[in-house]
Write a protein that binds this ligand. Sequence first.
Ligand code: CO
Length: 463
Amino acid sequence: MVKITETVLRDAHQSLIATRMTTEQMLPIIEKLDNIGYNALEAWGGATFDASLRFLNEDPWERLRKIKAIAKKTPLQMLLRGQNLLGYKHYADDVVDYFVRKAIANGINIIRIFDALNDVRNIECAMNACIKEGGHAQGCICYTISPYHDLDVFVKDAKRLEDMGASSVCIKDMAGLLLPFEAYRLVKALKENVSVPVELHTHYTSGCGSMTYLKAIEAGADIIDCAISPFAMGTSQPATEPMVATLQGTEYDTGLDLKALGEIAAYFRPLREEYIKSGQMDQKVLGVDINTLIYQVPGGMLSNLVSQLKQADALDKYEEVLEEVPRVRADLGYPPLVTPSSQIVGSQAVLNVLSGERYKMITKETKGIVAGEYGKTPADVSEELRKRVLNDKEPITCRPADLIEPELDRIRSEIGRYIEQDEDVLTYALFPQQALTFFKRRQAVKYGVQGSQAEYEQKIHSI
Ligand code: CO
């Protein structure tokens, strides 16, 4: 029997409509989702936290509590970027520990934890906290293709995650690069070497997603991530219903009821229409992106390169940059191309081509990778680049967060007067600016202050 994790509340709308689905749009369908019998509902984490605050004026913690109040049977799952939590830098261990504790206390059951470099040391703190709080810690490996990455590397990573206490492991194919027959080999190798359940996460970007799932299932994959059809395919996940129908009556039968899934799809279909009409769901993300297959880079990275080159009025250099990307990636030790490494590699490749000389200019972020500030790269950084960036200095080899002092007390004292719940400290730790704006607006509403933002601020200061 294969299990399905439904991503419509997190990855599906993150991938198709820039994470703009509101809590209000989710709540009416939660009870039905809860009754389906999914392995889990992926409902939190990733970009949803940032987007709630920044674009929707919503408290992400409140969303989690509201979903949990209705979804009483199905485990709720979140995506966590290891030591980066839901932000874009490394946080101190005390922040990571407290965040995980609060996520579980507010209703999360399964935490999928990954690191952009697959440096498991960046996963460790969050995983330990999750285990300590009684959560299901899922260790996650970013799938990528390079001369360095072979089955042995992925198996070794998975075994390490299992040894660290992961209750399951996940292969995260964020760009849709994992092709069906390769998925078969990979999952087979994992199943032969780890004893915890293996989950596969892919995107439909290259048009191969459901074939990849089918071959992975034949190789023994325990869980696959799907999205209900109106929010599936394109840059999102393969659709739930066709996978359920395909497996029906076989040894892999999911046991899920197609008619009940039809009711869920019927709820989301008008929402999809709305997003297409408003232009938020762009037809471009719904098709098949051949370039992803040809260049083995995520679709989002290709469009970033195009816009960077357009800005520099150098679109004619596109092919050259595409050829430079794998070379920069090799120099940096073959990092998987996922946030933030995809942007770092892309920007450096553009600089290398436009300046007419490789590494004539080196970005701060490229230097950071070379200096070990993001963790250990899969393979070694090229000797030449290392010398150029560091001269004779040594890169750091410890876990980057070992160099960060505890932060929680300082943060607490900084925003003390805005705190209305324990979780506010974490919101501020992750996104100080957005959090402050949100807190001020919240207080303004609470105390009935009306008028301009400036008036709000003045009056709030006098409360
Ligand atoms: Co994803």
